[in-house]
Ligand binder design. Structure first.
Ligand code: KIV
Ligand code: ZN
Length: 517
């Protein structure tokens, strides 16, 4: 069977989603999970866009051993040099160079002629090929490019040394049949096309990214570019999990295979959702909470008689387990350590001790600790940076239907170790908490978005809060988990401010979202 390579761009195009700013540590955790998921290529970032991105890509390239790590570059020497420096220690360094090819982009953005664009693409592919074993070249806005011109430039960059040709639907404009036709056209009109892998990269502006990617596969593409949960620029990229599962469930139709470990899908989706702050809608295909829920009486009746009446994907296939009790108050360190290993976390003894303490504290308040709870605790602790920003210490809230809510908060400044205590009121409890937190901090913070969801089921489920704040005109997301909703709200706010401070201290790049059009 034909093999389809998964080129995952969660950490590059996915990270360009408005409001998503992953720091280097979070990116590395996601990269490791993508490796475990079995993707073939991880696009880790855009090294020339910033020092933060450069360091993040470099660390991922040095750590990941079971798949290729790629970096994005414009067709300019400086970008290619930065990408080489960031990627050269990887197992199979790969560059993804791109230049726009549509007349619309040439006229208004690049202000170049077609001849100039061909010349730049060819010379920069040659330049990249002097360093990288694998050069992928992308025709940005390929789908609105004159087909004859596209065929001409593709032929020339293949001769220059490209071994993967990507034809993105940059603006998510085409219908599946039209997108498939582009691949067929290239196969029929580019004489050296058999020397390369053809790649599809689709955006979801008209909700057709997955359908378009599948149409490309039907018409000869053997690489697809995806993002977990479909995150990405504007309406997002093609969702990895939907394509992987469609190829598996409809193998009879597509007749292709991939290396994706389907039972790692749910965990990958959770990790990306928690770190990116992009909550997965309940009805999202494959990974939404309702994806396997049967509600109508007729459906339930059929399902109970024979699952296949209404179920084409089993939850187990994609790693969805029912919320079984795994650990509780009486569980010891050994059981905890064992469960962590089963969940796939490789932790040091120090980390185990630290997380075990957090776990024990939680069992005082919550009877049943599910896998989901454990993952949440660990993700929370793993990214907590104790050197920059503020550490949440304690919170007290007075609320009554006839009273103005009042909050008292205690925070520690992690640099000076000074403990800051303040109190303030608000129209509601969350507002009182946030007014108080703002008093404790030097930054002026505007809350743009607040979302809350329960992590698992039951009255004692953990609360998970996601906020987006704007500080000094920059948007940053934050996440907090606690058994109490107000504590989770406070932690999410502190997390957002800390992440902003990390960006400011140059560990992460804040200009990146403006760097790529
Ligand atoms: O959508 C797009 O065209 C891109 C390119 C950089 C490949 O993301
Ligand atoms: Zn894109």
């Amino acid at each position: 069977m034909r093999k389809i390579n998964f080129f995952d761009t969660t950490l590059r195009d996915g990270e360009q989603s408005p409001g998503v700013n992953l720091n280097a540590q979070e990116k590395l955790i996601i990269a490791k999970q993508l490796e475990r998921l079995g993707v073939n290529i991880i696009e880790a970032g855009f090294p020339a866009s910033s020092r933060g991105d450069f360091l993040g890509v470099q660390e991922i390239a040095r750590t990941i051993k079971n798949c290729s790590v790629a970096g994005l570059a414009r067709c300019v020497k400086g970008d290619i040099d930065a990408a080489w420096e960031a990627l050269k220690d990887g197992v199979e360094p790969r560059i993804h160079v791109f230049i726009a090819t549509s007349d619309i982009h040439l006229k208004h953005k690049l202000k170049k002629t077609r001849e100039e664009v061909v010349e730049q693409a060819v010379s920069m592919v040659k330049y990249a090929k002097e360093r990288f074993p694998v050069v992928q070249w992308s025709a940005e806005d390929a789908c609105r490019t004159d087909l004859a011109f596209l065929a001409e430039i593709v032929e020339k960059v293949i001769d220059a040394g490209a071994s993967v040709i990507n034809l993105p639907d940059t603006v998510g404009y085409l219908a599946p049949e039209e997108y498939g036709n582009i691949f067929r056209y290239m196969k029929e009109h580019v004489p050296n096309i058999d020397r390369v892998n053809l790649s599809a990269h689709c955006h979801d502006d008209l909700g057709m990214a997955v359908a378009n990617s599948l149409a490309a596969i039907e018409n000869g593409a053997n690489q697809i570019e995806t993002a977990v949960n479909g995150i990405g620029e504007r309406a997002g990229n093609a969702a990895l999990e939907e394509i992987a599962v469609a190829l598996h469930i409809r193998k009879d139709f597509y007749q292709v295979e991939s290396t994706i470990q389907l039972n790692e899908i749910k965990r990958t989706s959770d990790v990306v959702s928690k770190y990116s702050g992009m909550i997965v809608p309940r009805n999202k295909a494959v990974v939404g909470n309702n994806a396997f829920a049967h509600e109508s009486g007729i459906h339930q009746d059929g399902f109970l008689k024979e699952k296949t009446t209404y179920e084409i994907i089993s939850p187990e296939l994609v790693g969805v387990t029912t919320d079984v009790l795994v650990l509780g108050k009486h569980s010891g360190r050994h059981a905890f350590k064992d469960r962590m290993k089963t969940l796939g976390f490789k932790l040091t003894e120090d980390e185990i001790n630290k997380f075990f303490e957090t776990f024990k504290n939680l069992t005082e308040k919550k009877k049943e600790i599910t896998d989901d709870d454990l993952i949440s605790i660990i993700l929370e602790e793993k990214v907590a940076d104790r050197k920059i920003g503020y550490e949440f210490e304690s919170l007290q809230v007075h609320y009554g239907t006839e009273q103005m809510p009042t909050a008292t908060v205690s925070l520690k400044n992690q640099e000076t170790q000074e403990v800051i205590q303040e109190a303030a009121t608000g129209a509601g409890s969350v507002e009182a908490v946030y007014n108080t937190l703002e008093r404790c901090m030097e930054e002026r913070i505007h809350l743009l978005d607040y979302r809350i969801q329960s992590n698992g089921k039951g009255r004692d489920a953990l609360a998970e809060v996601y906020v987006t704040v704007s500080i000094e005109g920059k948007e940053t997301a934050g996440r907090g988990v606690a058994q109490d909703v107000l504590e989770a709200s406070a932690k999410a706010y502190v997390n957002a401010v800390n992440r902003h401070l990390i960006f400011k201290s140059n560990l992460i790049e804040i200009e990146k979202h403006h760097a790529i059009s």
